[in-house]
Ligand binder design. Structure first.
Ligand SMILES: [Fe+2]
Ligand SMILES: [Fe+2]
Length: 206
């Protein structure tokens, strides 16, 4: 096992997968499909964090990150300001705006495959995937957020979700900094980001 900052990036498959994800034609993907995939990954993120958290009970930095991810009221949009996991905000608006029926079938399938892939990992491995996400997602989320005018599609809530995460994860002292000291296994990240790429590639293009 090696610490994230010691990874030799040139020999990492996962960096290649991330580069491919960043370059995907996000502007040709259906906005509701993209928001839906965040309900899938957001639910999985919270479940994985709960599964992995027990290994870090005495780690103040990890505990701070967890307190800003789970059962928190820091994600607010319009009349929504409930305490919950971040995904609960997405689920609230998916229900309210009746968006579930607008999701492409192939994207629902891709979500199921992604969850299946993640469920095969141990709690510790799931935690490694979270550590990596805290570091890598700001760039990916920036690409997604810039790809559409979300409010035109009535998806301002999703834009808020993305923008807040870009700040929380990427700011100085933010989540990426809080988790940077945790050991990660390069092979776990290689499979994780491949799985994530596969999921995004399943979104039909217009
Ligand atoms: Fe979050
Ligand atoms: Fe985060």
């Amino acid at each position: 096992m090696i610490q994230y900052f010691k990874i030799d990036y040139h020999r990492c498959m996962f960096k290649g997968s991330i580069a491919q994800i960043v370059k995907l034609p996000w502007d040709r993907m259906n906005p509701v499909d993209l928001a839906f995939l965040s309900t899938v990954t957001g639910r999985e993120f919270a479940d994985s964090l709960r599964a992995g958290a027990e290994h870090y009970k005495n780690d103040g930095k990890i505990l701070q990150m967890i307190s800003e991810e789970l059962q928190t009221d820091n994600l607010v949009y319009r009349d929504y300001s409930k305490k919950g996991d971040h995904v609960d905000m997405l689920l609230h608006f998916f229900d309210e705006l009746k968006l579930w029926s607008k999701v492409s079938e192939s994207v629902k399938e891709a979500g199921i495959e992604y969850v299946k892939g993640m469920s095969a990992l141990s709690g510790e491995e799931k935690m490694m995937c979270i550590i990596s996400r805290e570091k890598e997602l700001p760039v990916i989320f920036t690409k997604i957020v810039d790809s559409h005018n979300w409010k035109d599609f009535g998806l301002g809530f999703y834009e808020k979700y993305l923008r807040d995460h870009i700040v929380w994860d990427g700011e100085e002292g933010g989540h990426a900094d809080l988790v940077g000291h945790i050991d990660v296994d390069q092979k776990v990240l290689d499979s994780f980001w491949k799985l994530r790429l596969k999921m995004y590639e399943a979104v039909p293009l217009s």
